[in-house]
Each structure stands twice: as C-alpha cells, then as structure tokens.
Design a protein around this ligand. Structure first.
Ligand SMILES: [Ca+2]
Length: 312
C-alpha cells in the first residue's frame, strides 16, 4: 500500500489508528478527545448548530481511487445525515452519508483525477441535538484487487448496526424507512436490510447507494436478493451524477423487478459508456444505484440481502 504523505495541520490534530495510511486530521475545537487503549475517540455534545467536523487531507497520485473511512455513532434525536465534503483536482462536492445510534464504519470512494492534494471534510448537519462520537478516520489508496471485488462495503448487512452503512434514504423523506432487521430465514444470514416503501407527502420513498468506482467502457453487474409481503415492483436505476455537479448527457439506466414473497436473486448489468466527451460526468469514475417503488401510491416492506456491485 502506498504511504500517504503527511500534510500540515491547523488546530487540534491527531493521527488516528493508522492501519491504512498516515493521514493528517484537523477537528473543530469543540470536539473533546479521549484516548482509550491507544485509540483517540472524539466526542461532542452537539447542540444542533454549526458544522463541527474533521478534515483529513492527503496527497494523491494521478488516476487512482482513494477511500476515506471513519467510525461514527450519534445519539441525535433527528435523522439528519452526516456529510462528506470533497475537494480535489476534479472540483468540490458533497456526499450525504447515513449515521446510526450504534458504532458503524462509514466509507466513500473518490477518484483522484490529475492527483495532488485532496481535502475531505466529515461534518454534522444542523438540526437535532445529541452526543456524537467519531474515531478511526483514515484514507487509503484503493488496490486493484479491491476494485475487482464487491464495491458495496456491507452487501450482506451482517456488519451494519442499526441502519445500513451503504444506503441512504431520499432526502425528501422524513423518518427512517431503512433499517437492519433480524433475519428469520437461514438463507440470509442473521441480518437483512428492510425498506418501508410508503408514500409520503406525494413522494415515493427511494434509497440510494454510495458513489461506486467504475471504469468507463467496462460492464458492471448489480446482484441482490429480495422478498416482500406480496408481489411488489421496484425500479433499480444505475446512474452517473458526480458529487461535483452534472454536465453533458446524463448516463442513466432503469431496470424493473417484480419482488415476490420468496427470497429470490435479481441481477442487472450496466455497460458504462467510454465516451467522456458525451458523458463528462464519468470523468469522476463513479456511479450510484437508486431503488424505488415502481408505483408511487403503493406501500410494502421489502427485505434485501446479499447485494453486490462488481465489474464483470
Ligand atoms: Ca444477511
């Protein structure tokens, strides 16, 4: 693994649990740090105001994927997402990420473009109050081996506590339509993801994956298992819409599946265009998956498990 260079810091600084790579980290001074068995945990009694966060920064090589990972748990009473802001050679952007009341590891992939300094900012969004803790912030270069495997970090949902680490609800939806539930079927391990597709304020509930690394010109396959209480039709969209903002022709592909009352495997293939003049969004080399109810006025709880998104 390539060692990342240290970058100078400003206020409170720390190098946290550097299993993956050395990374410099700034945190707002309102975070208090506690050293527990050699691991620094940061905590804040957040009043719901301001944007307290962490600021890891690394030097990147050209044409590489990097992954930022961190652990967080939040006792906030609301359901505000946490946000990862990114700034590198491709521009500036933001990614909303889920957060749970229990410790989970969250992560995001970014493509370095021309390389150079890459700044991250992991921060809380204003809203409800509550204690928030974070630790183990790290950034590492992604290996070729990882890029050819399952790009979802917890496809079988056995490592997510409370709510899935990969999936985020549509920003317009109130409440928590996505949860980790105990599985009753041996086929799905001990835990599955449940999504309550219940229309709210005229909007169908949709969920979306993180930005997943892709190579333009290659074919990717999204596999998942699902079951519902009755037959229920969902749309699964594969699309490019980079955090830096959309340009040119929108790459977008919709597949529709009828979920039944038995666990079954479903699969789609997406051929990522190679023409970056027509599809400039793909210069960021990421796509994401969106899942929504095909009929906006119907409701059903659908269970998902064993998801994978891989290059063929
Ligand atoms: Ca499972």
């Amino acid at each position: 693994m390539r060692k990342l260079s240290l970058v100078s810091l400003l206020s409170m600084s720390a190098a946290l649990n550097l299993a993956a790579a050395s990374v410099s980290l700034n945190a707002n001074t309102e975070w208090k740090s506690v050293d527990t068995e050699g691991i620094k945990t940061y905590a804040i009694d957040y009043d719901g105001k301001g944007w307290p966060g962490f600021f890891p920064q690394v030097d990147t090589g050209p044409g590489e994927f990097y992954k930022v990972r961190w652990m967080m748990k939040s006792q906030r009473t609301g359901d505000e997402p946490q946000t990862l802001a990114i700034e590198g050679s491709l521009g500036k952007g933001t990614l909303n990420c889920p957060v749970s009341k229990e410790w989970n590891t969250y992560s995001a992939y970014v493509f370095s473009g021309n390389g150079g300094p890459f700044k991250f900012r992991i921060y809380l969004n204003p809203g409800s109050a509550g204690k928030v803790e974070a630790k183990n912030v790290e950034v590492s270069k992604v290996s070729t081996e990882e890029l050819s495997g399952n790009l979802l970090s917890d496809g079988d949902f056995e490592h997510s506590a409370g709510s899935p680490v990969d999936w985020l609800k549509d920003g317009r939806v109130k409440g928590s339509p996505i949860s980790i539930v105990r599985s009753e079927d041996f086929i799905s391990g001990e835990r599955s993801m449940a999504v309550e597709f219940k229309p709210q304020d005229g909007n169908a509930i949709g969920i979306q994956s993180p930005q997943l690394p892709v190579e333009p010109g290659k074919v990717y396959e999204f596999n998942f298992w699902a079951k519902a209480g009755r037959e229920f039709v969902i749309n699964v969209d594969t699309q490019a819409w980079p955090p830096y903002g959309h340009k040119g022709t929108h790459f977008w592909k919709r597949d529709t599946f009828k979920i039944t009352t038995e666990w079954k495997q479903y699969s789609l293939k997406a051929s990522i265009p190679s023409d970056l003049v027509q599809y400039p969004d793909l210069a960021a080399k990421t796509v994401y998956i969106g899942i929504s109810a095909a009929a906006k006025d119907q409701e059903e709880k659908v269970l998902f498990d064993d998801m994978s998104f891989k290059r063929l």
